[in-house]
Design a protein around this ligand. Structure first.
Ligand SMILES: Nc1nc(Cl)c2cnn(Cc3ccc(Br)cc3F)c2n1
Length: 508
């Protein structure tokens, strides 16, 4: 028994670090006027907006601080590969909360800041924030572009002033021989900087939360925020000692190294689904913009039950969630596609304005044609499987044929119909129809009837059969809109069998 007690006493966790202690004198610095204006805009106007704004808007500070920490870890990982650095700690992010003290602490073992960087980074606004920037911020403060501005100028750190009234930053650069510093402020007019000892390499930010932001000291709250926005950050995030982000950002891996099993699990996680994907697309490109994406077509869709599906693809930027189920990413008719698109060209916090911005629309163009080509490739690989897909998902493709003029050609290739030469229930494509038409046949002929039986009993079918001309059978009301919108395929006109144009065709 004694032996066990002895063994048990060798605890596994690292010895508790002594707290940081100030060693040098505290130098008081006046915030630059621009910085001061920015601080009270962020802390006040955005802060006052908080009741009006959607709940949890101020949770942006969690995303921002995790993103800064991840950047700092990335910089250290890169620097370590280049030269010797003073860091031997594992690259990780630790968040610890104290509900009683209403305290939120985030610590990274990243590259850390020198005294110059500390002062310089704070002055970011002063340098990049000319008067116009601040005027824009003051004007736009409430218009929803604020998240864009906070993320954009790397001033994510300032978002802490929305939820905290006392901020302490301990930091030590990984550059050999660097000293540790303690920066602190109450966000009013000045900040102090002092040398400190026992400061680990990296950065630790201690936020005393405001009374009405104390929910950010709750583990449940922070756990769900991390899982939603920062689940795929490339470094382990520990919340009160428990690792939170455990699902791999599959899209960052190269195509060959991801197994079908991993895709299945990832699909189920991001689509919140219980079935398996029937199609998987893992697509990466660097031009015209950087894109890493994994997209899936589910086995089944729920829309036949009536409720309209919301878009299934989420937009990430450098593994941080920007827009869950983003409407701007793919056209509405592709809302059945699930997955992730990550583009580091998108500033961390895209806002409504950016949705119309050319980056998003270019991303949308590239992704839409890739998805359409992907489906066409799958159809060629396995026509039977594609026909089964089309029986269930054809309604979406037909919606696209009626609405998306820009991708009309690619969509037309994906259409399938029964015809006078297929068995009941079997489908054929316009391409295959063209491949079978008579040499001097100038048109693709179709018959609109609600059911195959009516098509086969139609006098037109009798006449076309006699002439050896194949008829497409169109059963859905939407089909009429499709062929009217399409009007031709690969230069061959689409003509109704019972139209005057057909009657005038010498072939018939
Ligand atoms: N985690 C982390 N690591 C690094 Cl290397 C940097 C560099 N800048 N920032 C943003 C920032 C700037 C000034 C102050 Br004060 C605090 C603060 F978080 C960083 N944050």
């Amino acid at each position: 028994k004694l032996l066990w007690q002895q063994v048990a006493s060798y605890s596994t966790e690292t010895p508790a670090e002594e707290d940081e202690v100030l060693t040098g004198k505290e130098e008081v610095h006046e915030f630059k006027t621009e910085t001061k204006r920015l601080l009270n805009i962020v802390a006040n106007s955005l802060y006052s907006e908080k009741e009006a704004s959607d709940a949890g808007w101020e949770s942006i500070f969690v995303r921002e601080l995790i993103s800064n920490a991840a950047d700092a870890l990335e910089k250290l990982r890169h620097a370590q590969s280049m030269e010797h650095m003073d860091a031997d700690k594992p690259l990780e992010i630790r968040i610890s909360l104290d509900q009683d003290k209403r305290q939120f602490v985030i610590q990274d073992s990243g590259i850390g800041m020198t005294l110059e960087e500390l002062n310089e980074n704070l002055g970011t606004i002063a340098r990049s924030g000319s008067k116009s920037f601040l005027e824009k911020l003051e004007k736009d403060g409430g218009s929803g572009s604020r998240e864009n501005i906070i993320g954009q100028f790397g001033v994510g750190f300032y978002s802490t002033f929305m939820v905290g009234d006392h901020i302490k930053v301990y930091t030590r650069s990984a550059k050999p021989g660097s000293k540790g510093y303690c920066w602190t402020t109450d966000g009013q007019g000045s900040y102090t900087v002092a040398e400190a000892k026992n400061v680990a390499v990296g950065t630790k930010i201690v936020i005393e939360l405001r009374e009405d932001s104390k929910s950010y000291a709750s583990q449940l709250e922070i756990d769900s925020i991390i899982k939603k926005y920062s689940n795929f950050v490339g470094f382990p995030i520990y919340l009160n000692g428990t690792e939170v982000n455990t699902v791999e950002p599959l899209w960052t891996k190269s195509k060959g190294e991801v197994t079908e099993e991993q895709h299945k699990n990832f699909y189920r996680f991001i689509a919140n689904a219980w079935d398996d994907p029937q199609y998987t697309m893992h697509f990466k490109t660097d031009a015209p913009i950087s894109i890493s994406s994994v997209l899936y077509v589910p086995e089944r869709h729920m829309e036949m039950l009536g409720e309209r599906q919301e878009p299934g693809v989420s937009l990430y930027s450098r593994k941080v969630l920007i827009q869950p189920k983003s409407k701007g990413l793919l056209p509405d008719y592709l809302r059945f596609v699930k997955g992730v698109v990550d583009s580091e060209d998108i500033p961390l916090n895209v806002s409504r304005e950016l949705l119309q911005d050319n980056i998003l629309s270019r991303l949308r163009m590239v992704m839409t044609s890739r998805v359409l080509k992907w489906l066409d490739g799958e159809a060629k690989k396995n026509p039977k499987k594609y026909n089964d897909f089309f029986l269930d998902f054809g309604q979406f493709i037909k919606e696209g044929a009626c609405t998306d003029a820009m991708h009309k050609r690619d969509i037309a290739k994906l259409l399938r119909f029964e015809s006078s030469t297929t068995k009941s229930g079997d489908l054929t494509s316009l391409e295959d129809y063209n491949g079978r038409k008579l040499d001097n046949q100038e048109s693709i002929y179709y018959l609109l009837t609600p059911k195959r039986r009516y098509a086969e009993e139609s006098p037109y079918t009798e006449m076309f059969k006699k002439k050896g001309v194949e008829l497409l059978y169109l059963y859905d009301t939407v089909d009429e809109f499709v062929v009217n919108h399409l009007s031709e395929f690969q230069g061959i006109k689409l003509v109704a069998a019972d139209s005057p144009e057909a009657a005038a065709d010498p072939l018939l």
